[in-house]
Design a binder for this molecule. Structure first.
Ligand code: CA
Ligand code: CA
Length: 346
């Protein structure tokens, strides 16, 4: 591996040889300068394997001040992989570290911000996070099942204030110049720490070993939407009967297609407390515009039906605000529990 860096010179774009009648016109233009990229990591994937439940380290990251339906405790745990690596589950988050800014609510039952429709939504009081003083102010809307934290050019612009449930949605505002890079950490939170499963005894069909699913959707005022033009990589895959169920055969895809990718076809393994998980180390600079995601898979798009949005008024009340955006995640909506999605807007 060598540290190749794309120089500004190489990025100069030339449009040459345009014939208009007999005249040959040549024009050279310098593209807006994107930061030089770090070298892509071409080393083989380094999987970390765990089995069984994690040790709880945080009882609850979030206390909802009002009583709501579908409330689940957002605990955090630690689990030791077979190679001795200690992993925070479901993820090490900016929320747990107390980093901000916390998300501004579009819809949140816990704060009682409950607009009935898009016309009742105001973004005027949402603070603008400044990345470039002479940039454009961009306003957007984001919804994640269950948690997101979002960086623009390496700067934290929004930390989901409700990590598990109820399902909330948020307003993001920031000031930036193009090109700019968005990086989102998405977490499918879990009731069974370290196992990628939830206890769902509160419904008639409640499954106490339910593999939950996930998804992120965002639309910004400059036209940027989540879709398969993004990159998305998975870092925590569970529950598994065996670590061998994750296949790394196709480049950098952590493939679990054979398990089923969405509910209800996704398999529900009977291994329960003996289930395995496969983790991959999260690159330290994943949020940086310099991080090279060129070897990551494209994001996969999912439908409202895949996500099961009937219980998501945080999304369904505002179709205009999310118009044109797609739910995205990595290759498996059910088994991939921690995903980083990235997009450079040019
Ligand atoms: Ca949330
Ligand atoms: Ca899951």
């Amino acid at each position: 591996m060598f540290a190749w860096r794309e120089s500004a010179l190489v990025r100069a774009r030339c449009a040459v040889a345009v014939f208009l009648g007999s005249a040959l016109l040549a024009a050279c233009q310098t593209a807006p300068s994107a930061p030089d990229l770090d070298a892509a990591d071409t080393s083989p994937p380094k999987r970390l394997v765990t089995q069984g439940p994690a040790r709880k380290t945080v009882e609850n990251l979030y206390h909802c001040p009002v009583k709501v339906k579908n409330h689940r405790i957002a605990a955090v745990g630690e689990i030791t992989a077979t190679d001795g690596t200690v992993i925070t589950v479901p993820a090490a988050t900016a929320l747990q570290k107390g980093q901000g800014p916390k998300s501004a609510d579009l819809y949140n039952e816990c704060t009682q911000v409950l607009p009935r429709n898009s016309s009742e939504v105001s973004t005027a009081s949402t603070p603008v996070i400044e990345i470039d003083p002479d940039g454009e102010v961009i306003t957007g809307f984001i919804v994640a099942d269950n948690y997101y934290e979002m960086y623009v050019n390496g700067k934290l612009v929004s930390v989901d204030n409700t990590p598990f449930t109820p399902f909330n949605s948020s307003i993001v505002r920031f000031k930036v110049k193009r090109p700019y890079t968005i990086a989102i950490l998405g977490v499918d939170w879990e009731g069974r720490l370290g196992q990628g499963m939830e206890r769902m005894p509160d419904t008639p069909k409640g499954n106490p070993w339910h593999p939950g699913d996930a998804g992120v959707m965002m639309r910004l005022s400059d036209g940027t939407v989540t879709d398969s033009s993004w990159k998305a990589q998975s870092f925590y895959i569970a529950p598994l009967n065996s670590p061998d169920e994750v296949i790394e055969a196709r480049g950098n895809v952590h493939d679990t297609t054979k398990l089923g990718r969405v509910h209800p076809v996704a398999k529900k393994p009977a291994c329960h407390e003996k289930c395995y998980a496969v983790h991959y180390p999260i690159p330290a600079n994943w949020m940086s515009p310099r991080f090279n995601d060129s070897l990551w898979p494209r994001a996969f798009e999912y439908t409202d039906t895949d996500i099961g949005v009937t219980n998501l008024p945080a999304y369904t009340r505002f179709p205009e605000l999310f118009e044109g955006a797609r739910w995205i995640w990595s290759i498996n909506l059910v088994f991939d529990n921690v995903v980083i999605a990235r997009k450079t807007v040019r």
